[in-house]
Write a protein that binds this ligand. Sequence first.
Ligand SMILES: Nc1ncnc2c1ncn2[C@@H]1O[C@H](COP(=O)(O)OP(=O)(O)OP(=O)(O)O)[C@@H](O)[C@H]1O
Ligand SMILES: [Mg+2]
Length: 323
Amino acid sequence: MSTDLAIETSGLVKVFGENRAVDGVDLRVAAGTVYGVLGPNGAGKTTTVRMLATLLRPDAGEARVFGKDVRKDADAVRSRVSLTGQYASVDEDLTGLENLILLARLLGHARPAARERAAQLLEAFGLREAADKQVKNYSGGMRRRIDIAASILNTPDLLFLDEPTTGLDPRSRNQVWDIVRAVVAQGTTVLLTTQYLDEADHLASRIAVIDHGRVIAEGTKGELKASVGTGAVHLRLREADQRPQAERVLAAALGAEVLLDPDPVALTARVDAGGGDRGAAEQAAHALAELARNGITVDNFSLGQPSLDEVFLALTDKKGQAA
Ligand SMILES: Nc1ncnc2c1ncn2[C@@H]1O[C@H](COP(=O)(O)OP(=O)(O)OP(=O)(O)O)[C@@H](O)[C@H]1O
Ligand SMILES: [Mg+2]
């Protein structure tokens, strides 16, 4: 058993009734890194995390955390991990400061040490002003930050962050990302679940994409991007009746599949910048020029990262081709 792995699972399974929520998951997470688990609603992210944090018993397969079996050595695992849940643990009626002091006391800190640690975290997380407000009056972003603060009162060796930014505005997301980076800089390994590709992209060094309880792709960001395409061109046309022609021109210019959005003037195409000769921006510029040359009027154009939907489409395409 390699000791530089924070997490190692093989064939991990959790079944709820007929539903194989986690259906044979293999993960290897190097210590000291941020590992992203990316997947849509119901993919099995929380269930996987709960098994790794010893809150749920696996039905089959193996899972080790720092070499300790989550079933046979649950106490040893628990002593090294902390979990910030999608539905977290702080008491709504207490203030931020009271919550952190209470939890620090429960972890065995003496009162002065508990107070000091609480104050330090509130400061670090930009919550000093909110220290004496009841948590039920916190904004979503403040709430998420106090949840994470609560989970690192004792610096854990492994921190599970289950969708730490779902529903947050961009500024709050950035604050949470900064916190995650700071936690990792102190040596903690982070397993982060998210529905957002760009979040995994910003924070994680490796990513597992899961769907229906299975890992459908795994790799470094570079590897996944190369396999999925880094860009998506989104277009809005002036005239809906030019769309079929625009679809053909785009498909030819980009050599990629073009998706028709529900909006009748909108199209999306993937731009592969993985190993190709030309960068995504250059390919997109070429596509725009081709549209203009064919007399198609474009009202709005953007080049962005693929959405999770597009990633899944690309991954499913791949499987289709391989079969
Ligand atoms: N305690 C439970 N009892 C029965 N079914 C459950 C339970 N927990 C999860 N499930 C089911 O297992 C599947 C995976 O759920 P899970 O919560 O792990 O997904 P998730 O990837 O965390 O989704 P989300 O992004 O919505 O949080 C879903 O179909 C869910 O309905
Ligand atoms: Mg979940």
